[in-house]
Design a protein around this ligand. Structure first.
Ligand code: AMP
Ligand code: MG
Length: 331
């Protein structure tokens, strides 16, 4: 009898601990399947993480008419909150730092091509030229309490939001004592600690065709963000149009890069840069990276892999890409 009671007690304890411990959580937000793997987090903490992302989405979604960003885009004067204000200020700074390759005021163009609305189309040349008049406004100041965009100007934080969200989640998990976790928000990964204490985590960088890996990175405590058109695109008359646009032409980037991965401490910065370097193309992106050593990057072009020197010993090229020449970007 005593043994049965003991076994029951153990079983109850096991059930209780299963209800508390949460290995991972998958949910859909920001148009992306998101996964949190945090073996030491409980369900309540993962609920908190999930809610935090829904709150952020509610503030910045361009498709939710009630969001602060959608109301700005509708021409309203909006009392933006501190989080939206600092995200906007960050995105404008990143525009300056990347010579305008990243530009959140591109939204009228992005929308005209049907991205974010799902009504894909190739706009006429005149329409693109007309919309470009509203792109690149550098006079927008986010310092006053209320912000109102000039007529016709619209913004979209899609190029930085998920990287920022990964920082927020990493912060929340760490504050709550979690020291090993993998935050995977589509192409935006944040790695807290390492899988086992002693060894770094190996993160696979998906190939643009989606069926293999370009390389694996052995990392801990950093963000790894990848941009490529294969993530989102549409086809019309046999032409593939990707979701990353060149602000100088108002057209999908048609450069020599297939994929850009940026590694660094800030997910938001890595996200901004993966988009911007993709826009720049390999030559300008290589020059930009030579002048900035606070991030590492791996760029896949049609005929080479460009890799910053800080990834030496950390990157392992997969067999499928081993025949491509590697150009090291030395700093
Ligand atoms: P990402 O997936 O981070 O590379 O960001 C791409 C998303 O940002 C697109 O789906 C558009 O909504 C938006 N976008 C496209 N091109 C740019 C650009 N040059 N600058 C800023 N945002 C852009
Ligand atoms: Mg980005």
């Amino acid at each position: 009898m005593r043994r049965i009671t003991f076994c029951l007690l153990i079983a109850l304890l096991f059930m209780f601990s299963c209800a508390q411990a949460a290995e991972s959580r998958t949910f859909f937000a920001m148009d992306t399947m998101m996964t949190l793997q945090a073996p030491d987090a409980d369900d309540a903490l993962l609920d908190q993480c999930e809610d935090r992302i829904y709150q952020l989405e509610e503030k910045i979604s361009v498709t939710n008419a009630e969001s602060q960003i959608a109301r700005l885009n509708a021409g309203e004067a909006v009392a933006i909150d501190d989080e939206v204000r600092s995200l906007l200020a960050f995105a404008f700074d990143m525009s300056d730092e990347t010579g305008g390759a990243l530009d959140i005021t591109l939204y009228p163009i992005v929308r005209a091509w049907g991205f974010t609305t799902g009504e894909y189309r190739v706009p006429a040349d005149e329409e693109i030229v007309a919309l470009l008049a509203y792109v690149g406004d550098r006079s927008i100041s986010v310092s006053s309490d209320t912000l109102q965009l000039p007529d016709g100007v619209m913004i979209d934080l899609g190029s930085v939001a998920k990287g920022y969200a990964s920082d927020v989640l990493a912060g929340l998990l760490r504050e709550n004592g979690v020291d090993r976790a993998l935050v995977d928000l589509g192409g935006n990964i944040y790695c807290i600690g390492s899988k086992a204490e002693a060894s770094p985590r190996r993160i696979g960088l998906q190939s643009p065709t989606g069926d293999s890996y370009i390389a694996a990175l052995s990392v801990s405590d950093c963000a790894i963000v990848t941009s490529g058109v294969y993530e989102r695109y549409f086809e019309a008359d046999g032409v593939r149009y990707g979701h990353i646009f060149d602000p100088s032409t108002g057209r999908p980037v048609n450069g020599d890069l297939l994929s850009v991965t940026v590694v660094g401490k800030s997910g938001a910065r890595c996200d901004a840069l993966s988009t911007a370097l993709f826009v720049m193309g390999s030559e300008k992106a290589g020059a930009w990276l030579r002048a900035h050593d606070d991030v590492e990057a791996l760029l896949l072009s049609e005929d080479a892999l460009l890799i910053t020197d800080g990834l030496r010993g950390i990157v392992k090229i997969s067999d499928d890409y081993a025949s491509l020449p590697v150009q090291w970007i030395e700093r």
